[in-house]
Design a protein around this ligand. Structure first.
Ligand SMILES: Nc1ncnc2c1ncn2[C@@H]1O[C@H](COP(=O)(O)OP(=O)(O)OP(=O)(O)O)[C@@H](O)[C@H]1O
Length: 932
């Protein structure tokens, strides 16, 4: 019985909202996007296993981060959606992880072979669409892996090959510079990218997305961390997607990965996670614990005698790390050296004594390596190493040092060398019991495959190149059943084992292995990570590593398309314990990470959303067209080789981070800024409301329902909803009440009117007679200025006053002498006539209702006469029609339903607008100047 986990975060909600198709389908546990699963027992309680087997960790504080807009150009049309290619087939966990990886920096920790490359392709495809000018970089730790991943990505997503480039350090700078100018998606090792960022061949600000494959490598000074640091120095709009099957061997390492790659969320799945179980192929692991042969034990004893004189020299130091000579390792010797350096004895010893002890400890470390080879890999690698050492010493001639001569002159050393030289070519010679066991396992595998006519491959992992050669030689004795080849790194071997393979040789070897020309690949660590070869059905771990990461990566090379077998060869004792430690450590680590124990994830400013918050791309699950060019072989769209030309001195460019302000700044502005910096204003962050996508996206409403919702939203009335009748009486009673409407500050015109009213009161008959003669017949039917009329109308003193023009007879108007205060002795006849006639009318109209207080700057207007019923009616009619008009005009201004929805229902201005205008009508009297 299963149920869903309750802790759904915002991203999960958004993701769920985006998935229209999914919402329409019947709900089954396997297809709820964004949710995690919980195993319930028969009583409905969560089982312990389910809580920890799959968790999506989200403890970043990105929600409160006030993110500045990105400097990358966004294609808004493309950003309305994100594409999920269904070419390979739909998988829930890939979908869930991808949609989260689009908006924050995620560390994806998913077991090997579950399609992390697909997740990265998907993220790259959408960033490629959304940001048409920005660059995307995919980094993998080895060149063969880079070559593999570019092909895998191009065959999954529709990014055209011509827009991508595989970059290597071997290409000259001009070729790479050309690629950075003409292409947008780059696949490379981190070292190449680091160099180009440092030399500014690659513009740091142009990168928008960075994929870090095999992210567990991010430690110390490894280039992954350096690349992120270099880009983030100048560019904070960077999406990072980190992928690994094994995030780290301990919590400290995982925390380091999180910090370095600015991870704000970890998506982890273990083999037990419910949503990945059905895609995991079974791996049958067989451990073969072997005892050492009598011959090897004899050589071990002899060699301990060789090492004894060196050990006796450092014995007085009492270093426990090198106590047991038969199990001495180089690592133990180096540890012993460190212990001595930090001991009190070191400080007490004179410089020559110190040098002597340190010298002997180093020499022991060097010769003890041969013992490790003997015990774990056999007599032949042991001999090869000692032979190379002897040759080196002999080359020195007379300058052979004390320790070198001690080794060469050791009788046991001489005995070992001569004995091996006598026996190693005999047909009965057996270098190590692992060799015949490994041969048996491999032959058995191919014979069975032959019987069932299955095409199959095998990979053998070994730590040392010396052993790789021996294994290949041994297996190739069984041609044509076994056709083995080595696969090693490029670096020249330090300790024997010949030179490394060139990149070309590596790629050729992988190609030959894929197409069946070789059916066995004997690989060192270079083959451990990421190689995706479907037909590998057998893995043999010839030796074990105490690193759980390396072991898990090795095992992950099988079981990718079908079930696989794994054989682990261990020598009883030390090696056996080391394997046990590795597997225990892996299990507890995965458990701890899944539980989120003690991990601090990065904040929102380190993991920005980049795409604006109000952009909510919805998912388009579709089969993407893969361009023809993508399906051609590697190297069909190579970079054009550019001749190395002396680099011209470029125009000076300034490389600045996003938050740098440019332009001229005055000293005053700087000091202002400093003060404001000293006292940072308390910014009240707006609470972030969940953004609600278009209702259609939710997929909850039909088209009709959506239209009705829109109508209700605009009109406030539902078609079939019961409506309360509008109560007119209450409203009328309310407006009949005599109230002090407003004390208003007066404008200039009002002052003039007040002045004139006062003067009109002072006019008597003699003044009229005095100016009678000055009037002419043309002055008949003069108009009053509208403003005067409007002022009366606005004062609402008498209902009979209506806005418009009216005239008066010139006979009533005389010459008017204006107040001396303004410095005027006479005004023109026209103005005098207009003013006089208007104020005669005005006086008649207003004398009952307006009291003018002399020189005061304020005029108190009191409506002390309740309006008569006619007025009420006309007012209410006007008001109603106003409301209707208003709603009609407001209608146009209303945001659409989707706009309102996406702006978080923030605009309550519709109802407020009505309220405000009603208030204005009722209480506010506007004077002629427009003042309130
Ligand atoms: N949705 C899918 N449907 C079918 N096959 C898929 C799907 N996704 C990935 N695959 C296949 O699974 C195989 C493994 O994928 P991939 O190499 O990406 O795994 P990985 O998780 O990166 O492994 P590793 O950790 O080893 O690097 C590939 O062959 C790929 O084609």
């Amino acid at each position: 019985m299963s149920d869903y986990d309750e802790d759904i975060d915002e991203d999960d909600f958004l993701a769920a909202a985006q998935n229209i198709e999914e919402a329409a389908k019947p709900i089954t546990p396997s297809r709820i996007p964004g949710r995690s699963y919980a195993q319930l027992d028969l009583f409905g309680r969560r089982t312990e296993n389910s809580q920890s087997s799959q968790r999506s960790l989200c403890r970043s504080s990105s929600r409160t981060f006030d993110e500045p807009p990105t400097h990358h150009e966004i294609d808004c049309e493309a950003a309305r959606s994100w594409i999920y290619p269904t070419n390979l087939g739909f998988r829930d966990y890939q979908y869930n992880i991808t949609q989260k990886a689009l908006f924050q920096n995620i560390l994806v920790a998913v077991p090997t072979g579950l399609g992390k490359t697909f997740i990265s392709s998907c993220v790259m495809l959408n960033y490629y669409r959304w940001f048409p000018k920005a660059k995307i970089i995919f980094m993998a730790p080895t060149k063969p892996l880079v070559a593999q991943q570019i092909e895998a990505c191009l065959r999954v997503c529709g990014i055209p090959r011509s827009a991508t480039a595989r970059l290597t350090g071997q290409q000259n700078k001009e070729t790479r510079a050309d690629a950075y100018e003409t292409r947008r998606v780059f696949f490379a090792t981190p070292q190449t990218i680091q160099n180009d960022l440092k030399s500014r061949l690659l513009d740091r600000k142009s990168v928008v997305c960075l994929v870090v494959d095999e992210a567990h490598r991010t430690s110390g000074a490894y280039s992954y961390g350096e690349v992120v640091k270099l880009i983030r120095e100048e560019n904070k709009s960077l999406r990072i997607l980190a992928l690994t099957a094994t995030p780290g061997g301990d919590m400290e390492t995982v925390q380091n990965v999180v910090n370095t790659l600015c991870i704000s969320k970890i998506e982890i799945r273990t083999e037990e996670s419910m949503d990945v179980q059905r895609y995991i192929n079974r791996k049958h692991i067989n451990t073969h614990v072997l005892s050492l042969s009598k011959e090897i034990l004899e050589y071990q004893d002899l060699y301990c005698k060789v090492m004894r004189p060196f050990f006796e020299k450092v014995k007085p130091l009492n270093l426990y790390q090198i106590y047991d000579l038969s199990a001495l390792t180089p690592f133990a010797c180096m540890q012993a050296k460190e212990t001595y350096r930090t001991s009190s004895a070191f400080n007490q010893h004179a410089q020559p004594i110190r040098q002597m002890y340190l010298g002997y400890l180093s020499y022991l470390a060097s010769i003890s390596y041969a013992l490790t080879l003997l015990l774990q890999h056999g007599i032949e690698p042991f001999y090869n190493y000692l032979f190379a050492k002897r040759e080196d010493i002999l080359k020195k001639g007379n300058k052979v040092g004390k320790m070198d001569s001690l080794l060469l002159n050791s009788p046991e050393f001489k005995q070992i060398m001569s004995r091996i030289e006598e026996t190693k070519d005999l047909p009965t010679f057996q270098g190590h019991p692992k060799l015949p066991r490994m041969t048996g396992i491999v032959i058995d595998h191919f014979v069975r495959a032959q019987d069932s006519s299955t095409q199959t491959r095998a990979m053998i992992f070994v730590t040392y190149r010396d052993s790789a050669d021996v294994i290949v030689k041994t297996l190739n004795h069984h041609r044509p059943l076994c056709n083995a080849t080595v696969f090693i790194g490029q670096a020249a071997a330090k300790k024997g084992g010949g030179v490394g393979m060139s990149q070309k040789e590596q790629l050729k070897t992988i190609e030959m292995f894929k197409n069946g020309q070789h059916n066995i690949l004997v690989a060192t660590s270079i083959g451990e990570e990421g190689l995706d070869i479907g037909d590998v059905d057998l893995i043999v771990c010839y030796d074990s590593s105490s690193s759980p990461i390396r072991m898990l990566q090795r095992l992950g090379r099988t079981g990718r398309k079908r079930d696989g077998s794994i054989a682990i060869l261990l020598v009883c004792g030390k090696e056996e314990q080391s394997w046990q430690r590795a597997s225990d450590s892996y299990r507890t680590m995965q458990q701890k990470i899944a539980n989120g124990e003690g991990l601090d994830l990065c904040d929102g400013d380190q993991s920005p959303r980049i795409i604006p918050r109000d952009t909510l791309p919805f998912c388009r699950k579709e089969t993407v067209d893969i361009p023809e060019e993508n399906l051609c072989d590697i190297g069909k769209s190579p970079l054009k080789k550019r001749r190395a030309v002396p680099v011209k001195k470029r125009a000076k460019t300034f490389h600045m981070s996003d938050d740098v302000e440019t332009g001229f700044v005055t000293a005053g502005m700087i000091s202002q800024k400093l003060t404001s910096k000293r006292l940072p204003p308390e910014i009240e962050l707006e609470p972030e409301y969940p953004l609600i996508p278009e209702s259609s996206i939710l997929g909850l409403l039909t088209t009709e329902q959506e239209l009705e919702l829109d109508k209700i939203y605009r009109s406030g009335v539902a078609e079939n909803a019961a409506m309360e009748p509008f109560c007119v009486d209450d409203h009328m009673n309310h407006i009949r009440l005599p109230v002090l409407t407003r004390t208003a500050n007066c404008g200039l015109l009002t002052h003039r009117i007040a002045d004139l009213i006062r003067k009109i009161h002072e006019i008597d008959g003699s003044i009229t007679v005095q100016y009678q003669n000055e009037l002419s017949a043309d002055d008949n039917n003069i108009s009053l200025p509208v403003s005067v009329i409007n002022s009366k109308a606005n004062l609402k003193t008498k209902p009979s006053v209506r806005p418009g023009m009216f005239s008066t007879a010139p006979s009533e108007v005389g010459k008017l002498v204006m107040g001396k205060r303004r410095g005027l002795t006479e005004v023109s006849t026209n103005i005098a006539k207009r003013t006089l006639s208007s104020f005669k009318s005005a006086r008649a109209l207003m004398k009952d209702s307006i009291s003018v207080s002399g020189d005061s700057d304020m005029i108190e207007i009191i409506t002390d006469t309740p309006p008569d019923d006619d007025l009420i009616e006309s007012k209410s009619t006007k008001r109603k029609s106003d409301e209707v008009d208003m709603s009609t005009s407001d209608d146009e201004e209303l945001p659409s339903l989707s706009q309102a929805l996406t702006s978080g229902f923030s605009s309550s201005k519709h109802s407020d607008g009505k309220l405000n205008s009603a208030k204005k009508q009722k209480h506010v009297i506007m004077n002629d100047d427009g003042d309130y």
